[in-house]
Design a protein around this ligand. Structure first.
Ligand code: MN
Length: 233
């Protein structure tokens, strides 16, 4: 039987705070181990070794907000499903081979995100030196709040980042503890690929990551930037 080509891809978009406009998502990039205390809890050397990056498929995005509680199905093939609360950066201009000082100019805005992770699959891949896609790049794995434009909030450098599971605080840190700053990450990425409008960067999670189960309610945010609420079903 022939498979029809009469389908259309629906574009991935992010909501924008206090606006009906949408931010179209081109690509999702994530940085690993970007807070010292989290690097230590993952068994890594917390010294300032060069940052490393991985990607998620664009359609892993789920828009969620404090008022827009998203239902996230517990994913298949894992028994160690983890939350990672992160600040997210939204790119609004091409960035190729740019220096740290220029990097803020290509940022459209910021949001809060949860990098959902099948930790058991990630660990199995890590142990064998294999790619992380199955641990990181699955359906509904990139939760994102409404985005805040730079024109409203500037470039936040000192904001509480926190996450609760069923009202118990699990992550509580500050984005001023990022090992690699947002401009540094953008500059480094721009020297190895062209960043373009619509690219989104998950900037890493602080310590306190852990498992979640069906029925759990997960809330989190980066103060002054965004807040998320999801329920695992
Ligand atoms: Mn992460």
């Amino acid at each position: 039987m022939e498979v029809s080509l009469a389908f259309q891809l629906s574009p991935t978009i992010c909501n924008i705070i206090d606006s009906n406009d949408k931010f179209p998502v081109r690509r999702i990039l994530c940085v690993g181990a970007n807070y010292v205390a989290h690097a230590i809890e993952m068994g890594r050397d917390p010294s300032r070794e060069p940052p490393f990056f991985f990607a998620k498929p664009t359609d892993a995005i789920v828009n969620a907000d404090r008022v827009l509680d998203a239902i996230i199905p517990y994913p298949p093939n894992t028994s160690n499903f983890h939350y990672e609360m992160e600040m997210v950066v939204a790119i609004g201009k091409n960035a190729q081979n740019i220096e740290v000082e220029e990097a803020p100019n290509v940022i459209w805005g910021y949001g809060a995100g949860i990098d959902l992770t099948r930790r058991d699959l990630q660990k199995a891949a890590k142990d064998k030196g294999r790619p992380w896609e199955l641990g990181k790049g699955f359906d509904n794995s990139a939760i994102i709040s409404s985005l805040c434009p730079v024109s409203k909030i500037g470039h936040p450098k000192d904001s509480r980042i926190w996450l609760t599971v069923n009202d118990t605080i699990k992550q509580d840190s500050n984005i001023d503890k990022l090992i690699w700053s947002v401009p540094e990450m953008i500059s480094i990425l721009s020297k190895t690929m062209t960043l373009k409008p619509g690219d989104i960067i998950y900037t890493g999670t602080p310590e306190g990551v852990g498992p979640i189960s069906k029925g759990d309610k997960v809330c989190g945010g980066v103060d002054g930037i965004g807040e998320i609420s999801i329920t695992i079903s």
